[in-house]
Design a protein around this ligand. Structure first.
Ligand code: WT7
Length: 657
């Protein structure tokens, strides 16, 4: 069954999996917490917050008087890094492994909580020596190596703000993010290992600082990972290992107010300019830790947890760094790609470390499905006891495959819906409590109020679809968009009065369970990563050959959606470039350079006109029909109804790899 069939047949899905008695007997989450949270939502969150260490206890739980700008636990004082590190050591968990690092080439490193704490203290001293203090912004552009986690925690320890930029983003994307946040320091590496080879990072930083001009940056701290030669700028560049060796291992964590910012993370919206999503400390850590414990049924003394996300995404922030470490978990992090040096690498890692909890994305599951079960079947996956999914709707067939082939029919699956903006999981079954349904994220977690509403904002009945909204503030909610409070209100709070609009379509089934149906705005979801159509179009039009561009997300068996770009070329420019110019290759590479390889279109279709309404609006719906290779829908509102025939004929000329 293809993904599209699966989504359309959602309500034909009657399989339900009750939690096993043995699982329920030992489960962290108890059915009673739903009841408890319903009766006293704020009391419930206050109780969760009090599981953290507060340097100064809070007395106020929520201040919503300036809605939609929330303040949680505002008179409390906390240090996020202290909660993730010192506290574990002081409470006797210093010898427990915090991180098993597996490099792509097969090198490994282990950090106990004591060792990680010492490394972060040194790093905090290094950063402090470079003038980083409370409120300063630090850009982190690193591969998934322990130094990425150490850097984030060192920034947090100082009350400063990190902006992690995914290592797959280009120099231009990095520069835009550095400029928007006004970062003072950049932490990077010579490179990292991907797909069996060393791939450079430092040159992108050099380019960002050089040609793009980022005057806010005073220093660049460089981790040596691959030993690739790097260009060196004496006035700005400092080797991480040299600075760390000289730094003192003593550092006392100071307390900061609960609403002190923790990080900015950029994500795509419907315009070309990425939004700097702002998160703060006390509420964020409360919900990250609560969900990590309850949704993943974490037993920190015995579990080995593995979340496959990169720290460049929100999943890596909340479920690689802050949630697991605040809970004293032992986890695995892996630097490279799943197929390097062989397609069973992930399963080999699970076998090697005895991973018990695996959290990954549907796109990965679908690509393993495509390779067939003979690969995972070669490894011992019997240590696994819980599986998680995040990033996009998981189609029931992929869910069933995950359950059978990876989970040996014994592991509950948690399909977790949330967003960069929500900071932590919002909708998910609770293992040991909820009866699971393949393909549905099901129910808001305790303390969260979600609704499916019609276009007027009224809740729909069961068996109906609409828009997903959140109706009450939650502790880990975004506190705004960096430097743009108006955009925050406009984007999320203006469509439905008094409700946060997530941008997703959803349906409620006969039991009232929620099924997520994907984005309803001009945002694509490619391999679980958000990209905006406008951002892609702007990048294409920036190329001299392109006169006009329209981009759509087309269904794709592996990546969920794939980018298909329709372009109108400038003939004069093209002729100047030579008749045999490979338009498709050149434009795809251009986009990879402008935004990053994740944004490379699957296909570029050269057309002579785009379908527009009389008012000039591009009708993406029709382009999506072409890109998904199905009959073209209603064309009566087109200014020129003949356009679509010409475009449909172009499909076969697109490039693919
Ligand atoms: C968008 C948020 C949350 C971390 C990864 C992505 C989609 C996310 C699910 C899910 C259906 C999902 C939504 C959401 N999404 N998880 N379990 N089922 N859709 O974070 O880049 O901020 O994207 O991802 O469309 O709005 P993000």
């Amino acid at each position: 069954m293809s993904q599209s069939d699966a989504i359309e047949n959602l309500f034909e899905e009657h399989r339900v999996f009750a939690p096993a008695d043995e699982f329920t007997a030992q489960a962290v989450a108890q059915a009673s917490i739903y009841e408890q949270a319903t009766q006293d939502r704020l009391g419930f969150w206050a109780e969760q917050a009090n599981k953290l260490h507060w340097h100064k206890p809070f007395t106020k739980t929520l201040n919503w008087s300036e809605a939609p700008f929330a303040k949680w636990f505002e008179d409390g004082e906390i240090n996020v890094a202290y909660n993730c590190l010192d506290r574990n050591v002081l409470e006797g968990r210093g010898e427990r492994v915090a991180i098993h690092f597996e490099g792509e080439p097969g090198d490994t490193q282990t950090y106990t909580y004591s060792q990680l704490t010492e490394a972060v203290k040194r790093a905090a001293n290094v950063l402090n020596g470079l003038g980083v203090t409370k409120g300063d912004r630090v850009a982190i552009y690193l591969p998934l190596i322990p130094e990425a986690i150490i850097s984030m925690l060192a920034v947090a320890r100082l009350g400063a703000i990190h902006s992690v930029v995914f290592g797959g983003f280009s120099a231009d994307s990095l520069a835009t993010r550095i400029q928007d946040a006004g970062a003072k320091l950049v932490i990077t590496a010579d490179g990292g290992y991907r797909r069996g080879k060393a791939s450079a990072l430092k040159p992108a930083v050099d380019e960002a600082l050089g040609t793009n001009n980022c005057p806010s940056v005073e220093h660049v701290l460089v981790v040596k990972r691959t030993e690739q030669p790097v260009e060196w700028f004496e006035t700005t560049d400092i080797w991480w290992h040299e600075a760390m060796a000289e730094a003192s291992p003593e550092h006392e964590a100071q307390a900061f107010e609960a609403e002190n910012p923790l990080f900015i993370l950029y994500t795509s919206g419907t315009t070309g300019k990425p939004k700097g999503i702002l998160h703060t400390t006390g509420g964020y850590l409360t919900q990250a830790a609560f969900t990590h414990r309850n949704v993943f049924d974490l037993h920190p003394e015995t579990d080995v947890y593995w979340c496959t996300a990169d720290v460049g995404w929100i999943t890596g922030h909340s479920y690689v760094v802050y949630g697991p470490l605040a809970n004293g978990a032992t986890q695995v992090i892996y630097e490279g790609t799943p197929d390097s040096p062989h397609p069973g690498r992930w399963w080999e890692i699970i076998q090697k470390y005895g991973v018990t909890i695996l959290y990954t994305a549907p796109t990965a599951i679908r690509s393993f499905m495509k390779l067939g079960r003979s690969i995972p079947d070669q490894f011992d996956l019997s240590s696994l006891r819980l599986l998680g999914s995040v990033g996009e709707p998981i189609n029931p067939e992929a869910w069933m495959w995950y359950r059978e082939v990876i989970g040996g029919n014994r592991c509950p699956i948690v399909d977790t819906w949330w967003q960069t903006e929500t900071g932590a999981i919002m909708i998910s079954p609770l293992p040991g409590v909820t009866h699971a349904k393949p393909g549905s994220a099901q129910v808001p977690i305790p303390g969260i109020s979600a609704r499916v509403v019609d276009e007027h904002g009224h809740e729909v009945d069961n068996n109906h679809g609409g828009y997903l909204t959140l109706t009450e503030p939650w502790p880990s909610m975004l506190r705004g968009i960096w430097g743009d409070p108006e955009r925050f209100v406009d984007t999320y709070w203006s469509r439905f009065e008094g409700q946060y609009f997530a941008g997703d379509g959803a349906k409620k089934d006969a039991d009232g369970d929620i099924w997520l149906l994907g984005r309803v705005d001009d945002v694509m979801n490619v391999s679980g990563h958000r990209l905006s159509t406008t951002e892609l179009e702007s990048a294409l039009v920036a190329h001299p050959w392109v006169a006009e561009a329209a981009v759509v997300g087309a269904r794709d068996e592996v990546t969920g959606q794939a980018i298909v770009a329709f372009v109108i070329l400038r003939q004069d420019q093209l002729e100047a470039a030579g008749a045999d110019a490979d338009v498709s290759r050149v434009l795809r590479e251009h986009v990879a350079r402008e935004i990053g390889p994740i944004a490379k279109p699957r296909q570029i279709l050269v057309v002579s006109e785009l379908p527009k309404t009389r008012s000039g609006k591009i009708m993406r719906r029709l382009l999506r029909d072409v890109a998904e290779d199905r009959p073209i829908g209603d064309v009566t509102t087109l200014a020129d109804s003949g356009v679509m025939g010409a475009i449909a004929g172009k499909l076969s000329t697109g490039a693919q790899d």
